[in-house]
Design a protein around this ligand. Structure first.
Ligand code: IPM
Ligand code: MG
Length: 358
């Protein structure tokens, strides 16, 4: 690469700092091995930003995010901030970054490592070699729809699920293109038997499919999709869906991969600028004890290299190093395995580093 790239690290709350420091050490090592000239910066986000500055997404952080070429986020939130007013909650930082940077396309792959089949909550034959991709629309739908609020008497509250033709079309394109690069099966998930907004969703996706004759498109209602994911997950290749349904379905898919501690995600805008984060939350109950699995954060670095910078080789190198360590039998606390093979957060990242350098 010819130009220096800035990566902004936002460690956040709970286990966020632990897993992002692990991820940072991996990125630093890749930076060295491949001579990449990445500049790594850090800023405050979430509850820890609120504690220090009074807001969960300080202006300084947002500006740094705008200027950076990619962002790696740990996790935000925790019981300490649960009673804060809506606009001060740590989650607002996450939603603010998504909408301010227009990160509308959220990629949540659920890939089960062949060495973790036993850790899945489903029977081995149901999940062996599972590799599905959920593409979640991330900046629209009921998460951001207006109007929202409380009625004056405070006894009624409301949100609005709204999608425009354009919003559906742009996430649709991303999904069709992703399916073209995979097994060419796209399942669009909605609630078109009840919701007006889903009827439009289905119309737009169906129209769009004419431009992708090589992709086999199907539609599924969200309640059925939830059931099918648990019944026969390998029937899916790529799933595309709106913000709320994608939030729920991606947590279901996560459990199939053995642990939510294994799942990375990418949120991308139309210029391929992205924010990368583990799917798991801040897990305050295990924070600071070295129990967190850093692999989702480390896999998020691999996604960053691939999606934002087109660096396929270092991305695969990270993924291979992880597979190797899992093959050798090493596990973090969240993954099933013998006690004498259990590693803490730092030990796991050290193992990955040894493999990268080796
Ligand atoms: C996720 C999370 C977030 C979401 C929360 C923390 C706001 O659950 O990224 O899936 O609902 O989008
Ligand atoms: Mg979620």
């Amino acid at each position: 690469m010819n130009k220096k790239k800035t990566i902004l690290f936002l460690p956040g709350d709970g286990i966020g700092p632990e897993v992002s420091y692990s991820a940072k050490s991996i990125l630093e090592s890749i930076n060295e091995i491949y001579n990449l000239d990445f500049i790594i910066e850090e800023a405050l986000v979430g509850g820890s930003a609120y504690d220090q500055t009074g807001v969960p997404l300080p202006e300084e952080t947002l500006n740094a995010a705008r200027k950076s070429d990619a962002i790696l986020l740990g996790a935000v939130g925790g019981p300490k901030w649960d009673d804060l007013d809506y606009q001060y909650r740590p989650e607002r930082a996450l939603l603010g970054l998504r909408s301010e940077l227009d990160l509308f396309a959220n990629f949540r792959p659920a890939i089960l490592s062949e060495y973790l089949t036993a850790s899945s909550s489903l029977k081995s034959e149901k999940v062996e070699n599972l590799d599905l991709l959920i593409i979640r629309e991330l900046t629209g739908g009921i998460y951001f729809g207006e109007p929202r609020g409380r009625k004056e008497d405070k006894k009624e509250a409301f949100n609005t699920m709204i999608y425009s033709h354009e919003e559906i079309e742009r996430i649709g394109r991303v999904a069709f293109e992703a399916a073209q690069k995979r097994n060419k099966n796209l399942c669009s998930v909605d609630k078109a038997n009840v919701l007006e907004v889903s009827v439009l969703w289905r119309e737009v996706i169906t129209d769009l499919s004419k431009n992708y004759p090589d992709v086999n498109l199907s539609h599924m209602l969200v309640d059925n999709a939830a059931m099918q994911l648990v019944r026969e997950p390998k029937q899916f290749d790529v799933i595309v869906t709106g913000n709320l349904f994608g939030d729920i379905l991606s947590d279901i898919a996560a459990m199939m991969t053995g642990s939510i501690g294994m799942l990375p995600s990418a949120s991308i805008n139309s210029e391929n600028k992205g924010m990368f984060e583990p799917v798991h939350g801040s897990a305050p109950d295990i924070a600071g004890q070295g129990l967190a699995n850093p692999l989702a954060a480390i896999l998020s670095v691999a996604m960053m290299l691939r999606y934002s910078f087109g660096l396929e080789e270092p991305a695969s190198k990270i993924e291979e190093a992880i597979e190797k360590v899992l093959k050798e039998g090493y596990r973090t606390n969240d993954l099933e395995g013998p006690e004498d093979m259990k590693l803490n957060t730092d030990q796991m990242s050290q193992k990955i580093l040894e493999n990268l350098r080796g």
